[in-house]
Design a protein. Structure first.
Length: 134
């Protein structure tokens, strides 16, 4: 049986979050295992549940704190765990800052959803081949 990507979503807009989860679960083998709307909750959950997640999808602007803080909190994650940023502000400077903080990829919400879906599909395929999270 193919592996699913146990995915934690950090997004404060409920509509965007639910649409994202629906899209990814329909088109890829993403399994949303939880979500947070703020930095502190996300950092605490990701840290406390280290072995339980494969992928975190993080927005930069949150109800409390910042997605950059979430990225910093994931600095000590396992090598197979991926953290990606999904934002409306994917400027060159933001992409560079996210990469410096350890983001595996940055996607623009307005025009890179297809690329995000492809990234998740490739990640789950790599997992099946034994080089991914499981």
């Amino acid at each position: 049986m193919p592996n699913t990507l146990r995915t934690y979503i950090v997004e404060d807009n409920a509509t965007i979050r639910e649409n994202l989860i629906g899209t990814l679960e329909e088109l890829t083998r993403v399994n949303a295992i939880g979500h947070a709307e703020g930095e502190a909750v996300a950092r605490d959950w990701l840290s406390a549940n280290g072995p339980e997640w494969d992928l975190a999808i993080v927005d930069l602007f949150l109800k409390q704190g910042s997605g950059l803080g979430v990225l910093q909190g994931c600095a000590q994650r396992r090598s197979g765990q991926k953290v990606i940023v999904l934002t409306n502000y994917a400027t060159p400077d933001i992409r560079k800052r996210c990469a410096q903080l350890g983001a595996d990829a940055v996607f623009d919400k307005s025009n890179e959803i297809d690329a995000l879906v492809e990234f998740c599909a490739q990640l789950s395929d790599a997992s099946d081949a034994g080089s991914g999270p499981h």
